[in-house]
Design a protein around this ligand. Structure first.
Ligand code: MTE
Ligand code: MO
Length: 368
């Protein structure tokens, strides 16, 4: 037996029946969607397993998808019908999502104008969902009892899972050994932002004009005994805190932030008994909320790296929420609201704030 034959036999051995492969692909895409979305919301080391799961399940998915594509390689005949064209598109998007994900982990980054390879990975992953749903309608059947060969299928999946986990581990070791760009990645996949300064980013389109520091007031209200409205020189004593800003577009920076502890503002205002959440609002309408105890530990920063915040970084004050991802670090904060409940509308607010009057740049009307 020649080596390629031996390999082909080994591959056949670990490949489950077609219907089982297809169902597993479906389940894995669901898992990738879930872990991918959850991973965007966390930057805490104790949640690193979410990223691990996303990586290993991705490798498993790559293996099963390869088996599937090999199986159907001759299916697309000329002229392809609509369903076949859709299947090809689904395959291309799926392969694209996997390739961009793997490339990102290996440290590859290409400049896609405003985007990173990671943004493209997220887009392709999300695009795959509707494509797969339509593809399912024309193609899917559930595995029958005879497709599932009990012990054998379980062993196959065991072997595939071990293989995927090993590949993930070896990838980490190789990245470290060869000091690739992948080795400097944080567990979230973010790379260090280059240079002493760090990027100015907006989540979607938030781009207000500079906030006038003299006219600016910080309001602290909601479920408090004494609502406050503070001038910049009244916000209170500054504390310093080192914290990592980790943006979901794939970069991070560790900085020394300086500003008032939110807990000190809240003590001054006195929170009511049923207070449980604190919402931070930007002049643009962009907003995010933190549970009360976490909010107390957060900072409203006015300085970073020993200097006053620039407009782009959120002057006069921006939220510093350690362990949270960058998009939750609200910039240009002018209101701290104590609430009893969380705020489901915040997700939408971060997406649309750039399209409201407050969020749009004022520069184009400056000449009036
Ligand atoms: N008001 C407001 N705050 C915002 C954003 C925004 O678009 N509007 N972008 C967020 C995102 S996605 C990130 S990563 C950080 C970036 O902070 P920086 O521009 O200081 O690097 O700010 C967050 N705070
Ligand atoms: Mo971000």
């Amino acid at each position: 037996m020649t080596p390629p034959d031996a390999l082909a036999r080994a591959v056949r051995r670990v490949t489950p029946r077609p219907a089982v492969v297809d169902l597993s692909i479906l389940v894995l895409v669901g898992l990738e969607l879930l872990s991918g979305v959850v991973s965007l919301g966390t930057g805490r080391a104790e949640n690193r397993w979410v990223f691990w799961l996303h990586g290993v399940a991705g490798l498993l998915l790559a293996g099963l998808l390869a088996a599937k594509l090999w199986r159907v390689r001759r299916r697309v005949s000329a002229p392809p019908d609509r369903a076949a064209r859709l299947s090809v598109l689904t395959a291309v998007v799926a392969v694209g999502a996997l390739v961009t994900g793997v490339a990102w982990v290996l440290g590859v980054d290409v400049d896609l104008w405003l985007w990173t390879l990671l943004n493209l990975h997220v887009l392709l992953g999300l695009l795959l969902v509707p494509l797969l749903l339509v593809h399912l309608r024309s193609r899917f059947r559930l595995p029958r009892a005879r497709d599932v060969e009990g012990r054998r299928t379980a062993l196959q999946f065991g072997a595939l899972l071990v293989l995927a986990a090993l590949t993930w581990r070896v990838q980490g070791l190789l990245n470290a050994a060869f000091r690739t760009a992948g080795a400097s990645r944080r567990f979230t996949g973010s790379r260090p932002a280059d240079g002493p300064s760090f990027p100015v980013t907006s989540w979607v389109a938030d781009d207000p004009g500079p906030v006038d520091r003299d006219a600016w007031r910080l309001r602290v209200d909601g479920l408090v005994e004494t609502p406050l409205s503070l001038r910049a020189d009244e916000v209170g004593p500054a504390t310093r805190r080192r914290a990592t800003l980790d943006c979901t577009s794939g970069w991070y920076t560790v900085q020394d932030w300086e500003g008032v502890r939110v807990g000190s503002l809240l003590s001054r205002a006195g929170v009511d008994e049923d207070a449980a959440w604190v919402r931070f609002r930007s002049v643009t309408g962009y907003r995010w909320s933190l549970p009360l105890s976490e909010a107390r530990e957060a900072l409203l920063a006015t300085h970073v790296a020993g200097r006053p915040l620039s407009h782009g970084h959120g002057a006069p004050a921006r939220l510093v929420a350690p362990g949270r991802r960058g998009f939750q670090w609200v910039k240009w904060v002018d209101r701290v609201e104590v609430r009893a409940r969380p705020d489901p509308g915040q997700y939408l607010a971060t997406l649309v704030s750039g399209f409201t009057d407050e969020g749009r740049p004022t520069r184009d009307t400056d000449g009036d």
